[in-house]
Ligand binder design. Structure first.
Ligand code: GTP
Ligand code: MG
Length: 331
């Protein structure tokens, strides 16, 4: 399996236009033929295109320049030079292309669509051959146009997974256990923090409804300053319709964990803190008396709070109902 790459940078360059030709007819018995230089071919474009079978940017890693082909030069007998081939770069849906220097977004493939394309650099136009420059005053033009150069750009590609519900929580809150219980995902589970190093997607299905769930690495206080794995993975939940805040009912203070999470989300992007949310008390089997759950309910009286144990499957049915009801809102 290829490594998960969700950010990469490289140069792109479209092809130069081919030069127009300076040529004169050479025919038997016609000593001084007229101009017949053909036009140069157009340089190839650089085009990004979405492919749904791609899940990462790993296939683009390591190469520093993607260049389209140059147009060929024009030739005698008014022959047009061949246009250069386009450089077509396949990316997964969810890829954001930015100017590597300014950070400005050039294009955002924000929909799950196969074959959406965007031209990043247009190839240079081919030059006109001397045939175009003939006139009554100049029947022997020795001038032909050069092709226009292609354009170059430095781009950064970022992949933001597209999901309906994002699971956020402290390390070991039980995010991966939950996505594995709900979907066919096989996210790694471990009794140590930061088991999950890369985001995982899973699809929860009931009848016609599909809900895409994203499991992302754990967040800790100070993630915005880079603590733990930092908060860059939050880009993967930036576009979800809802967030599920997972808080471990086996811990001393599940209420405070929710506050810490919300704070870290807001520090990354205030809009994340404002997203629709559902609070899920995990590891309900460790809260035998229900005391932790009660604390959550009184701290967030107006919110939807669920309680789940992946160990004894307690509360899973209700949670599935709730996730399905939020439904697939992306597509
Ligand atoms: N008792 C109990 N333990 C659970 C439950 N769900 C998960 N665990 C345990 O909690 C630990 C952490 O689970 P993970 O699913 O890896 O947690 P995570 O939130 O994905 O953790 P990171 O990827 O490190 O952020 C593992 O040892 C799990 O077996 C549960 O319902 N009850
Ligand atoms: Mg995990």
């Amino acid at each position: 399996m290829s490594a998960f790459v969700d950010e990469t940078r490289f140069e792109v360059r479209s092809g130069d236009g081919g030069a127009g030709s300076t040529s004169f007819r050479r025919e038997k018995y016609v000593p001084r033929g007229g101009p017949d230089g053909g036009d140069g071919g157009k340089g190839g474009d650089v085009v990004f295109i979405t492919r749904r079978n791609l899940a990462t940017l790993a296939h683009l890693r390591g190469k520093v320049l993607y260049k389209a082909e140059n147009g060929s030069n024009g030739k005698g007998r008014r022959m047009h030079g061949k246009d250069g081939d386009d450089m077509v770069i396949a990316v997964p849906p969810g890829t954001v292309i930015r100017d590597a220097e300014s950070g400005e977004i050039f294009h955002d493939f924000s929909q799950i669509i196969e074959g959406e394309n965007w031209t990043c650099c247009f190839g240079g136009r081919g030059g006109q051959g001397n045939w175009h420059y003939r006139s009554s005053r100049n029947q022997k033009p020795t001038y032909a146009q050069n092709g226009l150069p292609g354009e170059g750009r430095s781009v950064t590609l970022e992949l933001a997974l597209i999901a309906d519900i994002g699971l956020v929580g402290m390390p070991s809150a039980g995010k991966s256990s939950l996505i594995n219980a709900l979907t066919a995902a096989q996210s790694k589970i471990g009794a140590y923090p930061f088991t999950t190093k890369v985001p995982n997607l899973g699809v929860l299905r009931r009848g016609e409804t599909e809900v895409v769930i994203a499991d992302i690495p754990g967040l800790i206080e100070g993630a915005a300053e880079g603590a733990g794995l930092g908060h860059k993975f939050l880009r993967h939940v930036a576009r979800t319709a809802s967030l599920a805040y997972l808080t471990d009912l086996g811990e001393d203070d599940p209420v405070n964990a929710v506050h810490i999470l919300e704070r870290e989300l807001r520090r990354y992007d205030p809009a994340l803190g404002d997203k629709r949310r559902i609070i899920i008390g995990t590891k309900a089997d460790l809260d035998e008396t229900g005391q932790k759950q009660t604390a959550l309910e009184s701290a967030f009286p107006d919110e939807e709070i669920l309680r789940v144990s992946v160990y004894n499957r307690d509360g899973l049915g209700k949670l599935i109902d709730s996730f399905i009801e939020r439904g697939s809102t992306v597509r």
